[in-house]
Design a protein. Structure first.
Length: 277
């Protein structure tokens, strides 16, 4: 059933003591329990619902909105760990199972983890996975360089931050592209820098549309890298020295240095600025 795991608009066809039945595109009937039926609802009306499976793996509808849909990823809180796997709260009555075979981390109750929703082809059940990378790799990429995208920060590595792009793809936000504090679970806006042959994306927080200060901060950072991590120039230096070095005003330079400092990228000495190693 293609509706499972998605929000769809379905027409009501009959009422029963348990609730009303909605008709799918395939001609199957799905129960919407009475507690989710609007007060002024009538047979023949259409209603937007989320379709999932109940505790007996039967398709069922709800007007509750889940935190993730089919083939999407977000951080969810673990609410139980059992012999069959871990269960996560995700906005509907039935908690989402992440089997042990799909656990990348050791799950602890009360903690949040990135979870990907998919359908297990063997059991035909909706299940979750914290092995998000293997699932995100399978989604075809239609994005191109320069596209604005939504980002979910999933993991910090030596190279930078692994991010989930538009809920469906895996991307890398490299350390030298980050000029402000970023934390696991943050949701950001970014831009596609490169589409890689391995079905991954290089992501940047910068674009031609970003304000001048971000670009100046980038220039300062790149210059520091080329100068072995240290420059004998600070926000106290003369306007002439700053302009001759970066072709910007002292005011703009001072603000850009502030961006790097607040992002813990540099430290400011009395007569120099220096990369934080």
């Amino acid at each position: 059933m293609q509706e499972i795991g998605n929000i769809v608009e379905l027409e009501s066809v009959k009422t029963t003591p348990q609730g009303i039945y909605l008709l799918t595109q395939e001609g199957e009937e799905i129960l919407l329990p009475h507690k989710y039926v609007p007060v002024d609802f009538e047979i023949g009306d259409k209603l937007e619902v989320f379709v999932y499976t109940d505790s007996e793996d039967r398709p069922i509808a709800t007007t509750l909105i889940p935190k993730i849909l089919m083939h999407q990823c977000d951080f969810l809180k673990a609410v139980d760990v059992t012999p069959v796997g871990a269960f996560f709260e995700w906005g509907v009555e039935k908690d989402l199972l992440v089997p042990y075979s799909e656990q990348f981390y050791k799950i602890e109750v009360g903690e949040e983890y990135p979870v990907y929703l998919y359908k297990d082809e063997l059991t035909n059940r909706m299940v979750g996975s914290t092995k998000i990378e293997k699932h995100l790799k399978r989604n075809p990429i239609t994005l191109k360089q320069g596209d604005e995208v939504s980002l979910l920060v999933a993991q910090h590595t030596d190279l930078g931050y692994k991010v989930v792009v538009n809920n469906q793809h895996l991307g890398m936000l490299f350390e030298n592209e980050v000029f402000r504090p970023i934390y696991i679970g943050d949701k950001l806006k970014g831009f596609v820098q490169k589409v890689r042959p391995d079905n991954k994306l290089d992501i940047t927080l910068n674009s031609s549309k970003l304000d001048e200060l971000e670009n100046i901060a980038n220039a300062i950072y790149e210059t520091l890298l080329k100068q072995n991590g240290k420059l004998n120039i600070t926000d106290k230096s003369s306007p002439e020295l700053i302009y001759s070095t970066f072709k910007v005003s002292k005011k703009a330079f001072k603000k850009a240095v502030g961006i790097l400092y607040s992002g813990k990228k540099i430290k400011i000495n009395p007569d120099s600025i220096e990369l934080v190693r």
